[in-house]
Write a protein that binds this ligand. Structure first.
Ligand code: GLA
Length: 799
């Protein structure tokens, strides 16, 4: 099997083995760089190959000990420090995504400088003795806005992203041409650090079209890439879209033996590589902070090292999703701006316990001649005292001209990538009534004649507002915030804004005005600050920008404490630090010292929920694990109801033990809007139930489109001891799961989860994926079950 490795051989003999070992013993922790084929002298040309059972560097077996670091998530000024940290962790390679939407923020406008200067990042990696595995996309996922895909593609109403849709492929080919222009010369074949390039990302989760993967592969080749091209997938989708000319790697968070056994089914010979090995996980607003299981992480890493398997730690260093770059997990769980990921190298680039344990482990499995340098000096950290606001600029004052249209226009149609849009229309005089939108992507605040009347929330699919009786026509305004386009599944077709029809009583409201509030540099630059806001009142003049002038003696990293504020976005000296939300778990935001200066520094905090007079402080430590659900003003429903499907089961059965996905077909298809899976027992004999993924299939046995799905009911869910809420069962990710409650109360079977499909469908069956991981870890795998399908819901509490 040839993975287009076009590497040329260089006349370079490897020194006798014994000499290396002697030297190694002497120099292991000295940090002095050793001239070896595996350490990366800047100028030398090397030969990298995919051998019969190992990667080969200059003909020698080479284990890739890789870790993921996203240049886009690290201030450019800190790239070298983070790369030195990666080296000191014991890595010999960094893996880097490119995010298309950061390189081509507007159609045909490419940016390769500043934070987007990926070529410089690769050169720095090489200078620091690291190889590079490149993942240019076009799709990345990565909890990044729209998975890295550019929002402007969604201007085409019917575009099919990640398919052979010529509009998609055409744009991707153009993008890869530019990527090649920037990076082809940095391939190992041209003396650079880039060893391999990934085509797409976990495409198997999204489709099975090998020709599409072929198009992506060809676009990379035409872009100038001549190193091995590879494709990554989780264990369960390795065959989807498989091509023998794309080297397969497998992504997993546990159980390397099982995963590699699966990989061998599509890769009988060749080096084994884990493309993503998870030390932690990402956070979403409103769910508990994720901490990885360090013991298992180290055990599994050692297993791979013993097997001489290659791997990439996802994330070695998470960093921060600054600005409007965080995406959202599906169905809709917006990602936090902190991407600490409980990674070995913390968000601020600090060593951690996991860092040192990983380093010690790697030191015992180095390639001949490899050394591990000391970690670089830690960057200075500072704090600053609580500082009162110096000024205020209302968000909804001095508004720019509005765009008019019969129906509400989405952000993409307004040519607006991120931020806010104010939707306005007039409501006739009349009795109290309910207003209902088709959808609000993603959060909305409703005002009637300037008075705040309620919230709209995509997470709970609460799209209605109650309007009081009106003597005369009234002005309705809905301020809609885009909270990051979904980065996974079909849901990446995620157009933002208020989606019509918007019905008021029986009438559809027509004649809308849209005011763009993009929160970009131009918007911020045009703000007119007045005196600080004295007191708040719940009206449209309260959401706004609070300015803070902070004197700083010595430059240093700090963490601003946003917990006293409500919800919005923060900037420092013009840098957009990202979104904050007091529901947590993240309560502070990382502020790079490189973006501060001795003397006066200007912070601007937009607060949509307005808590006037609040002071801003800088802390020396982050707060990433404080949930405050009681503060969630947008969430109409604070915890999921226990609703069940009324009726008799359409199916009873027993799931086999183990983690294999189970497909169940009903005796005959049923028409229903609600589906419920009920556990009567678990394989571990305990009282819990867990589900990694649940999808419902049609009469053709294919999964139904889940875009409208919500969880209509669940008997219980664990949302404090760990982020194991019921929504995890329908987000399409098998690396997280729903767990019935275990902290505090521990209700026993039956446990149930009820899915609202959003409309009546023809159901042919369902697909249940048990909790993944080894037998010991995977509590709650369901044994005896019943499945229900129906059009009515009942609350078990009520008879
Ligand atoms: C997947 C993706 C990554 C990232 C992880 C979760 O495996 O490939 O980009 O989204 O999940 O962090």
């Amino acid at each position: 099997m040839k993975f287009i490795s076009t590497v040329r051989s260089f006349p370079r003999a490897a020194p006798p083995r014994l000499a290396w070992l002697g030297l190694l013993a002497a120099l292991l922790f000295t940090g002095a760089a050793m001239p070896s084929a595996f350490a990366l002298p800047a100028s030398a040309r090397h030969r990298f190959d995919i051998g019969k059972d190992a990667f080969l560097m200059d003909g020698q077996p080479f284990v890739i000990r890789c870790g993921e670091v996203h240049a886009a998530r690290v201030p450019r000024e800190y790239w070298r420090q983070r790369l030195q940290m990666a080296r000191a962790l014991g890595l010999n390679t960094v893996c880097a995504y490119l995010f298309w939407n950061q390189q081509e923020p507007r159609e045909n406008e490419f940016v390769w400088s500043g934070q987007a200067d990926i070529a410089e990042f690769c050169r720095l990696a090489q200078a620091e003795g690291l190889w590079v595995v490149l993942r240019p996309g076009p799709y990345a996922c990565a909890e990044w806005e729209m998975g890295g895909l550019p929002w402007w593609l969604l201007k085409h109403d019917d575009i099919r992203l990640r398919t052979r849709d010529p509009r998609f492929i055409g744009a991707a080919r153009r993008y890869f041409k530019e990527v090649g222009r920037q990076l082809a010369s940095l391939q190992v074949t041209h003396g650079g650090p880039i060893l391999m390039v990934q085509a797409e990302n976990e495409y198997g989760f999204c489709g099975t079209d090998a020709d599409y993967m072929g198009d992506i592969r060809q676009a990379l080749i035409d872009g100038g890439f001549d190193v091995p091209l590879f494709a990554c997938n989780p264990v369960g989708t390795l065959r989807n879209g498989f091509r023998p000319d794309l080297f397969p790697v497998v992504n997993f968070g546990a159980n390397p033996d099982g995963a590699f056994k699966k990989l061998r089914e599509v890769l009988p010979t060749g080096p084994l590589m884990c493309g993503e090995f998870y030390p932690g996980w990402f956070d979403t607003w409103g769910s508990p902070h994720h901490l990885g299981d360090t013991g298992r992480y180290l055990r599994d890493l050692e297993t791979m090292l013993k097997m001489k398997a290659s791997f990439s730690i996802y994330m070695a260093h998470g960093g921060t999703s600054f600005g409007f770059t965080p995406g959202a997990d599906r169905p809709f769980k917006p990602d936090t701006s902190s991407y600490d990921y409980d990674a070995p190298i913390s968000e601020a680039g600090w060593t951690t316990d996991k860092f040192f344990k990983t380093r010690e482990l790697f030191a015992r499995y180095l390639n001949p001649g490899e050394t591990i340098p000391k970690p670089p000096a830690a960057l200075p950290v500072i704090a600053f005292p609580a500082t009162a606001p110096a000024g205020f600029a209302p968000l909804l004052a001095k508004l720019p001209a509005a765009v008019r249209s019969a129906r509400p226009l989405n952000f993409e149609k307004l040519d607006q990538p991120y931020g806010l849009v104010l939707y306005r229309t007039t409501i006739p005089a009349g009795p109290a009534a309910e207003l209902r939108a088709d959808a609000v992507n993603d959060l909305g605040i409703g005002y009637l004649d300037g008075k705040r009347i309620g919230f709209l929330d995509r997470r709970g699919r609460t799209y209605s507002l109650r309007l009081a009786a009106r003597e005369k026509p009234a002005v309705l305004e809905i301020l809609v915030e885009a909270m990051g386009r979904v980065n996974f599944g079909q849901e990446v077709h995620d157009r933002k804004g208020l989606r019509g029809p918007v019905r008021f009583g029986q009438t559809e409201l027509q004649d809308w005005e849209m005011v763009s509030l993009p929160l970009d540099d131009k918007h911020l630059g045009g703000l007119a600050f007045g005196p600080a806001l004295a007191q708040a009142q719940p009206d449209r003049l309260t959401p706004g920008f609070h300015r803070f002038e902070v004197e700083i003696q010595k430059q240093g990293d700090t963490f601003i404490d946003l917990s006293p504020f409500g919800k919005g976005v923060a900037w420092v000296n013009g840098h957009n630090l990202g979104r904050y939300w007091n529901i947590g778990p993240q309560q502070t935001m990382f502020v790079p010292g490189a973006w501060l200066r001795p003397g006066r520094n200007t912070f601007v905090v937009l607060d949509l929920l307005a808590t006037p007079g609040t002071a801003l402080a800088g802390l020396e430590k982050p707060i990433l694990d404080q949930l405050r659900p009681e503060l969630d003003a947008f969430a109409a429903v604070k915890s999921l109801p226990r609703r069940r499907v009324v009726g008799v089961p359409v199916q009873r059965g027993v799931f086999p033990p183990g983690g294999e996905t189970q497909e169940v077909r009903f005796a005959k298809p049923v028409r229903a809007r609600y589906f419920m899976l009920e556990s009567l027992s678990a394989h571990d004999g305990r009282g819990f139930a867990t589900v990694a993924d649940l999808s419902v299939t049609g009469a053709d046995a294919r999964p139904l489109n889940s875009q409208r799905w919500t969880v209509a009911g669940v008997d219980s869910e664990e949302n404090s001891g760990e982020a194991a809420g019921a929504l995890n069962a329908i987000d399409g990710q098998t690396s997280n799961y729903w767990h019935s409650r275990w902290q505090g109360a521990q209700p026993g079977h039956p446990h149930w989860i009820t899915i609202d499909l959003g409309r009546e469908e023809t159901l042919g069956g369902f697909i249940y994926t048990p909790r993944q991981g080894s037998e010991k870890d995977a509590t709650g795998r369901i044994k005896d079950y019943q499945a229900y399908a129906g059009n009515a819901l009942g609350d078990p509490a009520k008879p």
